[in-house]
Design a protein around this ligand. Sequence first.
Ligand SMILES: [Zn+2]
Length: 84
Amino acid sequence: MKFMLSCQEATRLSSDRLDTPLTPAQRWPLALHLFICRHCRRFDRDLRRLHQCVRNADGGQVFISLPPQRKAAILQRLEQEAQA
Ligand SMILES: [Zn+2]
């Protein structure tokens, strides 16, 4: 594995590591790429969140944890829609 990854290689490794642990020869170049590339860092973060949601899925429902302020805003909006 080469030391500097392309974004395509980095995103593939980000996805692969959700299923199987990476070797050190894969892990270090990925860590370096994620350190210097904000696009792949964002992709990696979002992919891990999505993976966590799928892992938490139970009976077809997906549980996503939201901050309390966001929950209150959604609830308020639903109540407004119900009264309209
Ligand atoms: Zn990248």
